[in-house]
Write a protein that binds this ligand. Structure first.
Ligand SMILES: [Zn+2]
Length: 142
């Protein structure tokens, strides 16, 4: 049992460890070096919402790879929104199966209000992670 837990933790460390896409996405770090911050200030506040830095402070990767690059992140935001909607529907069916459609509508509105900033912030970092690979040797190349 203990060995199973250790194996599980090692696998989890590999999935969330430095050098993975998940590390960059969840910690909002540069996709190439996993060191520099991706957003200016606090991305989960309305004042700092979606303000991406020009370059990575560590490896100097230009985040806005081409003009209108982050327009594509709207596809990711749409997918995250659909996933959130499905999750809310499933949770409503499991915990409140006898409540009417008004409950679902209110649940969807509340969840989108709560998670809108997260969806917006995550969509941009996921989008750039599709195009930029982790390169640990890049910092040494400088
Ligand atoms: Zn970097």
């Amino acid at each position: 049992m203990l060995r199973l837990c250790v194996l599980h933790l090692q696998k989890e460390k590999r999935m969330l460890g430095k050098g993975t896409k998940l590390y960059s996405i969840l910690r909002l770090k540069c996709p190439r070096c996993n060191e520099g911050d991706f957003y200016k200030g606090r991305p989960y506040s309305y004042s700092g919402m979606g303000k991406v830095k020009e370059n990575c402070s560590e490896c100097k990767l230009k985040y806005n790879i081409e003009p209108w690059f982050f327009q594509g992140s709207y596809y990711v935001a749409y997918a995250l929104g659909v996933a959130l909607f499905i999750a809310v529907c499933v949770l409503k069916l499991i915990f409140f199966p006898n409540m009417g459609p008004g409950t679902l509508l209110i649940s969807v509105i509340v969840s989108f209000t709560v998670f809108s900033l997260s969806i917006y912030a995550l969509s941009k970092i996921i989008w750039i992670n599709i195009f930029v690979k982790y390169d640990p040797a890049f910092l040494k190349k400088k």
